[in-house]
Design a protein around this ligand. Sequence first.
Ligand code: KG4
Ligand code: ZN
Length: 348
Amino acid sequence: MLVLGIETSCDETGVALYHTQRGLLSHALYSQTEMHGEYGGVVPELASRDHIRRVLPLISHTLDEAGFELRDLGAIAYTQGPGLAGALLVGASIAAALGFSLEIPVLGVHHLEGHLLSPLLSTPAPVFPFVALLVSGGHTQLMEVNGLGQYRLLGETVDDAAGEAFDKTAKLLGLGYPGGPALSKLADEFSRSGQPARFQLPRPMLHSGNFNFSFSGLKTAVLTLVNKQEMTQQIRGAIAYAFQEAVVDVLTEKSLSALAKTGLTQLVVAGGVGANRQLRSNLRYKAEKIGATVFYPELEFCTDNGAMIAFAGAMRLQSSEMSRQKLDNRFTVNARWDLEMQEMAPKS
Ligand code: KG4
Ligand code: ZN
C-alpha cells in the first residue's frame, strides 16, 4: 500500500510517500526558518499560511519523483498533534479532503510517535522493546517502548525542552533563530580548537533519582556568565561548549540509567536534538561500554519531516488494531496531546 505522509505541526512542511513493501519512495521538505528568523521565533499565523502555500506543490513533487499519481494512494497519514493548532489544521484538512475525494483511509498520527519510530526507517533498525529518548524543540522525554502504541513515560522535562534550551541559550549568545544547530557548531569548533574548557555549568537533576530533566536553570547560568564576561568569539565558543557538555552529560546519564532500570539494551534517540553530534558520539561511546546499542534516525529525519509521519501511519494501518478501526472522513487536531494518552484522543 502507498501511504502519503503530511507533517505541518510547526515550521516545516514535510511530505513523503512510504510504500509498505518497497519502503520510503520519496520525501520533500520546506523549512520556514528563514521567514521566522526575522522575528526571533515561530509566528504561528505565518506558519499556517506558509503551510497552505507549500503543501500541495510538495505533494505533487513527491508523487512525480516516485512515479505515482494521486489515484495510486492507498492511505493518507497526517500529523494530528501536538503542535500549533492552525498549522496542524492545514495538514489535517488537506489530508481529509484528499482522502474524501479519493475514497481512501485518512489517519491522524502523533508527532512524537513519528519521531520515536523514525529510527526504524534505517538499517539496522531497533526491534521492540526499546528505550526512546525524545529530544525536540518542544519535548524531552524518556519512554519505554514495548510495541506500536505501547508507550510508558519514564520521565520528562519539568520546564524547558532540550531543544528549547539550546535555542534560548543560542539567542543569549547572539546566534539567531533557530539557534540549536548554530550553538552546536560553535561548541564543536571550540572543542576542535584544543582550547581548555573555561567554564563549568551545572548538571541539573543529574542525581534526582528519577528520569526527569530541568534545563531552565542552565539557561539562567549562561545568562549570568554572559552578563559577567566580555563577549569575544572565544568566550562565546567556550560558553557554547560548556552548555553543550552539560546538556549532553545529563541526557546521556539519564538514558543509560533508563536502560539499566528497564533491563533493555537498545536506545533510540529521536527528535531535532538527536542531530547533535556530541550527543550522538557520547551516547554511542557510553552505551557500547555497557553492551547497549544506540539507534538514530538518518540526520535528515531527526528534525521534523514527512517520512516519519508516512511511516508511523503505515505501521498503524498495518497493525491489526488499526485495521479493525472504522475510518471516517471526520478529522481533528490536538495542539496538546500526551503520547501515552493518544488512544484516548477525542475523535472529533
Ligand atoms: O524535532 P524538531 O525538528 O521539532 C520539534 O518537534 O520541536 O526539533 C527542533 C529542535 C530545535 O530546538 C533545534 O534547535 C534543535 O531541535 N536542534 C538541535 C540540533 N539540530 C536541531 N539542537 C542541538 N544540536 C543540533 N545539532
Ligand atoms: Zn518534532
